[in-house]
Write a protein that binds this ligand. Structure first.
Ligand code: E4P
Length: 218
């Protein structure tokens, strides 16, 4: 399973990269705004800075909601760096744009997916990644992991190569459960990824090993 970090924060991206387990980055307009990245030139430069920090795919989202605008923006984003993946919302023109970019060999991430039917459309349009938002479904008392399971079953039935990118991951158990179901990728905050390190028995065991070593080597 691939690990993507869901942030536009360069320090956090660097920390995850240095851990050695990072496969890519996802961003969205809210995450860019949170880092105070505004204005077209600054936004484009920030995407390049992110690409230069990591080895994998970097999703950059279009703002346009009409087909022509998405194509214009997506082409500009794709030209920035070979690691850029054009992120498109799952709306009618987003699906049309996804097919357009697929035919041109440009990678896509279809985002804001909340149903199995939407994920089926994204696969048929040839999306590289489909992003079901599991945390936001959990927020409204709907089982986000169940959606991942449904999409896995549908994609396996037909051999669709679109990768299931479980998004809106909030904590470590989302990651573990996505791995059990067979999501291809998760994207979440650094806290969820780093949280996988934690176990009190590891800390206790290490303290004991070090104490025993000290006793015999004074
Ligand atoms: C997906 O790529 C989105 O950026 C993201 O995962 C949304 O997560 P949130 O629901 O925590 O905002």
């Amino acid at each position: 399973m691939k690990f993507f970090i869901d942030t536009a924060n360069l320090a956090q991206i660097k920390e995850a990269q240095e851990l050695g387990v990072l496969d890519g980055v996802t961003t969205n307009p809210s995450l860019m705004a949170k880092e105070g990245i505004t204005g077209k030139d600054n936004i484009l430069k920030h995407y390049v800075d992110i690409c230069n920090l990591v080895d994998g795919d970097v999703s950059a989202e279009v703002i346009a909601t009409d087909f022509e605008g998405m194509i214009r923006e997506g082409e500009e984003l794709a030209e920035l760096h070979p690691q850029i993946v054009v992120k498109l919302p799952l709306i009618k023109d987003g699906i049309k744009a996804c097919k357009y970019f697929t035919d041109k060999g440009i990678k896509t991430n279809v985002t804001l997916v909340f149903s199995a039917g939407q994920a089926l459309l994204a696969a048929k349009a040839g999306a590289t990644y489909v992003s079901p938002f599991i945390g936001r479904l959990d927020d409204i008392s709907t089982d986000g992991l169940n959606l991942i399971q449904e999409i896995r079953e549908i994609y396996d039935n037909y051999g669709y190569e679109t990768e299931i990118l479980a998004a809106s991951v909030r904590h470590t158990m989302h990651i573990v459960n996505c791995a059990k179901i067979g999501a291809d990728v998760i994207t979440g905050p650094l806290s969820a990824i780093a949280g996988l390190l934690k176990h009190p028995l590891t800390d206790l065991g290490l303290a004991q090993f070090l104490a025993d070593y000290q006793k015999g080597n004074q």
